[in-house]
Design a protein around this ligand. Structure first.
Ligand code: SAM
Length: 288
């Protein structure tokens, strides 16, 4: 192994990191988070059956929000809402004022087949939309705290600029290709507050994923990085899929600059992301 930053220096189990945040190693009750995960993060694998995909991102995001009290929270890539709901629960439990903005290309009224486990733990699916499912299945005291934006995550700077906001905590979980994740980071960083913390999903070696390349290549010399290994109950494929990384976990003020939205470098990355996406789609069609 050549990458010591990743493999030996500071890789930590997510529950140990959560213990550090709380300053103890006590067991915690994650039953509410399990309910949310069953509703918003269940998947079905042809060989392995139903599983919750990366359960531990919920407890991680919940604990970060409880301990850091970020006022402006931004999630890039809403999916079905597990991350956003976990963070909203932390804001509720700390009883403080915060805005949670979550962004996805899929409109909130678009219907798709939603897999979930009901209150009896029975796995099922139905055709529904984010708006409709949240309204029926998730507590309004949580969903009311979340603002959904239908947009390309690489334009988050414009959304924040329009509302004169700067992000304190950013969860980056949209397009995992190198160009996609770099654009998402540069875009959100350009509208981030001093000491902002960035959480990345999928800090892994999976083919086509660029989170690790961005963090190891561009961020690890500038920021403190905390790579996190998920617990073994995270998903059937935990070893391969589900490492995460917290960039600037202690919220230090770091004086750095990256390609700005509107710059030639940013535009070139966007172009390369779009070309890559076209090529990936062509390859998929040829193979199917
Ligand atoms: C892994 S899911 C997000 C899961 C969610 N963060 C959670 O914790 O449950 C990734 C989401 O990113 C969205 N996405 C991918 N690329 C995007 C882009 N360029 N702009 C906006 N959304 C994007 C996809 O539509 C998908 O819903």
């Amino acid at each position: 192994m050549t990458n010591t930053k990743y493999d030996s220096v500071s890789l930590m189990k997510v529950s140990d990191f959560i213990g550090l945040l709380y300053g103890d190693s006590g067991a915690r009750d994650w039953s509410e988070m399990r309910r949310f995960a069953n509703l918003t993060a269940l998947r079905n694998h042809p060989d392995h059956g139903y599983f919750v995909s990366n359960f531990w991102r919920g407890p991680l995001l919940y604990s970060l929000v409880r301990k850091l009290h970020p006022k402006i929270i931004v999630e890039l890539g809403t999916g079905r809402g597990y991350g956003a709901v976990a963070m909203a629960a932390a804001v509720r439990d700390e009883a403080y004022e915060a805005q949670i903005h979550t962004i996805d290309l899929t409109p909130e009224t678009s219907e798709f087949e939603w897999i979930y486990a009901d209150e009896n733990g029975i796995e099922t699916s139905r055709s529904t939309s984010l708006c409709s499912f949240w309204g029926k299945e998730l507590p309004a005291e949580l969903t009311n705290r979340i603002s959904f934006h239908c947009a390309d995550t690489a334009t988050v700077h414009s959304i924040l600029e329009q509302e004169s906001l700067e992000a304190d905590l950013v969860f980056i979980d949209g397009d995992h290709s190198y160009f996609g994740v770099a654009l998402d980071f540069y875009s959100s960083h350009s509208r981030s507050a001093e000491g902002a913390v960035f959480v990345f999903d999928d800090y892994s070696d999976r083919s086509g994923y660029g989170v690790k390349r961005l963090i190891d290549g561009q961020l690890s010399d500038l920021y403190e990085i905390q790579p996190l290994d998920m617990e073994s109950d995270s998903a059937y494929d935990v070893e391969m899929d589900h490492r995460m990384a917290v960039v600037n976990p202690r919220g230090h003020s770091v004086d750095v600059s990256f390609p700005k939205p509107g710059s030639l470098r940013f535009a070139m990355l966007d172009l390369r992301r779009n070309i890559r996406s076209i090529l990936v789609n062509i390859v998929r069609r040829v193979r199917s």
